[in-house]
Design a protein around this ligand. Structure first.
Ligand code: FAD
Ligand code: NAI
Length: 467
């Protein structure tokens, strides 16, 4: 008889949440983790450390720039980077300990080491000294996440040419930070280091920032970032970096071809996306199929090509987001327990934790146009929102896209302070198939930024009150 009902390989937000849900449903569960700490990319080198640095650097900038106008006199803030890194580490440690506690509480065995699938029902775990053990199980869930996408010609040393991991642990503020890729990582970590004093230049291959985000929102976001001091070189690629001198010399040229130029930098951050991580898992030998992009292929029930082996999170298709991985973990465990687990991929929010924040759920205007769906737009700027006005934080707007015939909300996009919190009322509405009229007729507390959402919903019917 198998020792376990379920072995989950990887303890990121996909894996540990899947393990907990399975244990709640009565399964005997173990997790296998090769890192010394639990929590995966998100807790150790992703979501959580980046948010700690974003928060601390935002406070640093606020203290230097915004306090005086509110009548708060403080002397110029001084940066103690080691202390800020310590603040970040305390946050990581607290969350990692939280996952360890949850494993104990749910009686989940933690097996430390690198997992390799020997076939359905059998996982071999290799520990640091090379010793192996084989564990038997009814089901296996692959939750091994993703890794940094590499760029040819740029050797990441995590000191001067860094991935997000190195950029979260620099030991001094780079004078000049060159970022390759105007995606989420580039703009979040670029924001953190700019606030601490770095001069930031972002080189992006495409002719816009944040591909996939609603175009109108991305344009305004770019303008606001430029006002903060970001320099963008769009439609441009980095072809190599000369590391021989004291400072780095990056060669860049137009993506469409043309004259090359050199950009000097102290640190280069490579942030051009992430790739599914399946190294050493033994998938080929076990017969688990991958798709053309190296992701583990799954069906609608997270089942791979081998019976008894499922996969979730960054290692499968879909947005590489922690909450998507978590929801898949829950649904997968429920399906394994014979229930009807389900993820609604039409309602997965995404948030960029910059100042201002950017958030989005559902379809963009470009996607609706491309799909030939007739839609109505309602927009409301934070300059017309009372709370934003009194706090003098009026950058941004709310944009609601509703079906022109049925009024059903198809997409909501927000740029502005706290946009990452505001988006969730749109998520709940869309989960219930609600209309712009439903939102417009829902009483919103005054004075809140959320009133801008109600006003944008009213604007879909051309009857916003404060505009
Ligand atoms: P992961 O979190 O990558 O975990 C996989 C785990 O599997 C790792 O611990 C790994 O060590 C382990 N593993 C791999 N192979 C083996 C093996 N053979 N044996 C044993 N263990 C193995 N997402 C958000 O939603 N919000 C954010 O704000 C956000 N910020 C981010 C910031 C940065 C800088 C980065 C890099 C990512 C960020 N993400 C964010 C993305 C988020 O981190 C991922 O979507 C999420 O971690 C995916 O979860 P996962 O469980 O699929 O995999
Ligand atoms: P990304 O996919 O968000 O952005 C990569 C950018 O690099 C794109 O704009 C792309 O066009 C550009 N690019 C690709 N190749 C290039 C090249 N050779 N030269 C110049 N530009 C190039 O990827 P990123 O920022 O690395 O983040 C990885 C993933 O991590 C994201 O997909 C996201 O899901 C997740 N993440 C989520 C966060 C959040 O939810 N707040 C925060 C950070 C990461």
């Amino acid at each position: 008889m198998a020792t376990y009902d379920l072995i989950v390989i990887g303890t990121g937000p996909g894996g540990y949440v899947c393990a907990i849900r399975a244990a709640q449903l009565g399964m005997k569960v173990a997790v296998v983790e090769k890192n010394p700490t639990l929590g995966g990319t998100c807790l150790n080198v992703g979501c959580m450390p980046s948010k700690a640095l974003l928060h601390a650097s935002e406070m640093f900038e606020e203290a230097g720039h915004s306090f005086a106008k509110m009548g708060i006199g403080v002397s110029a803030p001084k940066l103690d980077l080691p202390a800020m890194m310590n603040f970040k580490q305390q946050g990581i440690d607290g969350n990692v300990k939280g996952v360890e506690y949850l494993m104990k509480k749910n009686k989940i065995d933690v097996i430390s080491g690198t997992g390799r699938i020997l076939g359905a029902g059998r996982v071999e775990v290799t520990v640091a000294d090379g010793k192996t053990q084989t564990v038997e199980t009814k089901n296996i869930v692959i939750a091994t996440g993703s890794d940094v996408a590499k760029l040819k010609g740029l050797e990441i040393d995590e000191k001067r040419i860094v991935s997000s991991t190195g950029a979260l642990s620099l030991d001094k503020v780079p004078g000049k930070l060159l970022i390759v890729g105007a995606g989420v990582i580039g703009l979040e970590l670029g924001s953190a280091w700019r606030r601490l004093g770095a001069q930031v230049t972002v080189v992006e291959f495409l002719d816009r920032i944040l591909p996939g985000m609603d175009g109108e929102i991305a344009k305004q976001f770019q303008r606001l970032l430029e006002k903060q001091g970001f320099a963008f070189k769009l439609g441009t690629k980095v072809t190599g970096v000369d590391t021989s001198g004291k400072t780095l010399m990056a060669q860049v040229e137009p993506a469409a071809g043309g004259a090359a130029e050199t950009i000097e930098a102290d640190v280069v951050l490579v942030a051009i996306g992430r790739t599914p991580y399946t190294d050493g898992l033994g998938l080929k030998e076990a017969g688990v199929a991958l798709d053309e992009r190296g992701r583990v292929e799954i069906d609608a029930h997270f089942a791979t090509s081998v019976k008894g082996i499922c996969a979730i999170g960054d290692v499968v298709k879909g947005p590489m987001l922690a909450h998507k991985a978590e929801d898949e973990g829950v649904a997968c465990a429920e399906i394994l327990a014979g229930q009807a687990g389900h993820v609604n991929y039409d309602v997965i929010p995404s948030v960029i934790y910059t100042t201002p924040e950017v958030s989005s759920v559902g379809k963009t205007e470009e996607e609706l146009k491309q799909a030939g769906i007739a839609y109505a737009v309602g927009k409301f700027p934070f300059t017309a929102n009372g709370r934003s006005k009194v706090n003098q934080t009026t950058d941004g707007f709310v944009k609601i896209l509703a079906d022109a015939k049925t009024d059903r909300v198809l997409g909501v996009h927000i740029i502005g302070r706290e946009a990452g919190e505001l988006i969730h009322e749109a998520c709940v509405l869309m989960e219930f198939g609600g209309s712009a009229e439903d939102l417009a007729r829902t009483c919103h507390a005054h004075p809140t930024r959320s009133e801008a959402i109600k006003e944008a919903a009213l604007a879909v019917g051309k009857r916003a009150i404060h505009m």
